[in-house]
Write a protein that binds this ligand. Structure first.
Ligand code: ADP
Ligand code: MG
Length: 314
């Protein structure tokens, strides 16, 4: 029988790059740069709630970290350290090997050190706490959108939720589109590089994890403003437009794109950093003084939508 310590040693104790003391003691020790602030976020992934039972463990390892990286990116900060707590039913070496491979592929790509965690027996749950740094006072808050800001979004919206719907047999996609959407669901690419640069040019930012409208709702509520969204400017698959299944792009979860607002004068700067970081960006609307979200078509006609994003307790 494998012990907890063997699991940690074999699968999770890897060399760190910017940590004073990592895995192995009662606690880790890190040091942040002078005039910087520590930015901290946690995300939990629970089997059958956040991922399907048959999800490939290596993809799950990647995604567990990627969704946390997305939170730090949306603050405009640079992620550096992470802790990983796992509860698992049995010490399945193959599962652990694949999971840790996916996890460390993501950790190495984005330069984060795994510095600790906890390992226990129980239902499959993965809980991660991520820590990053940002120059004092430079974080991108949900409460800082200003009237007349442009509203921008990275990537494409709706792909992950279409991937899930197609795995559940709720929609039928062509094989290449299904593959693309399942990849978006299972191997999301957090917009880490753009996030760091955005702290200079954006006013506010959030990552789209529970659907565009719900997450934009957090920005407008916290900033005490409203928003107008141009439906035809939302970047999404043609499938969504031709089949009029806009709810995937408007309410679908798990996209992990960045939704941010920025002054009009920064448009060219934003396009430049997007190009430099190889990130697709689109302007999809403007911040208004109306205190609600309006969705309009290309003629400016107001459209009505059921704007319910994902809520665990709804
Ligand atoms: P304690 O009994 O003090 O909680 P543990 O035996 O749980 O310590 O953990 C031993 C070391 O291994 C600690 O440094 C802890 O942070 C680390 N650790 C435990 N589980 C994990 C994990 N899943 N991933 C990374 N580090 C872990
Ligand atoms: Mg412990």
């Amino acid at each position: 029988m494998t012990s907890e310590f063997e699991i940690i040693q074999r699968h999770f104790n890897k060399k760190t790059k910017h940590t004073i003391l990592g895995i192995g003691d009662d606690a880790a020790i890190i040091k942040i740069q002078k005039n910087y602030e520590l930015v901290v976020s946690s995300d939990m992934l629970v089997e059958n709630i956040h991922f399907l039972k048959k999800t490939d463990p290596s993809r799950l390892g990647w995604k567990s970290l990627a969704v946390n990286l997305s939170d730090i990116a949306s603050m405009g900060a640079k992620a550096k350290w992470v802790t990983l707590s796992i509860s698992l039913p049995k010490p399945d070496q193959i599962w652990l090997k694949k999971f840790s491979q996916g996890f460390f592929r993501c950790a190495e790509k984005f330069g984060v050190d795994l510095i600790g965690g906890d390992t226990t027996k129980g239902p499959l749950v993965i809980s991660i706490t991520i820590m990053g740094e940002i120059a004092k006072g430079q974080s991108l808050l949900r409460s800082a959108a200003k009237i007349n800001d442009d509203i921008w979004v990275t990537g494409q919206l709706g792909n992950a939720s279409m991937g899930l719907a197609s795995l559940q047999g709720k929609i039928k996609l062509t094989p290449p589109l299904k593959m693309k959407c399942v990849k978006a669901l299972e191997i999301p690419m957090p917009k880490v590089l753009l996030g760091v640069h955005l702290s200079k040019f954006a006013h506010s930012c959030i990552d789209v994890s529970d659907g565009l409208i719900q997450d934009l709702g957090h920005i407008i509520k916290n900033s005490k403003v409203g928003a107008t969204i141009f439906l035809n400017q939302i970047p999404c698959e043609d499938f969504i437009k031709t089949s009029k299944k806009y709810h995937f792009a408007l309410n679908g979860g798990d996209d992990y794109e960045l939704l941010f607002t920025a002054p009009v004068k920064n448009r060219t700067h934003i396009e430049k950093i997007a190009k430099e970081t190889n990130t697709q960006v689109n302007r999809i609307g403007i911040i208004s003084n109306q205190r609600s979200i309006k969705i309009v078509n290309e003629n400016g006609k107001l459209l009505s939508f059921n704007v319910k994003g994902f809520d665990h307790f709804a």
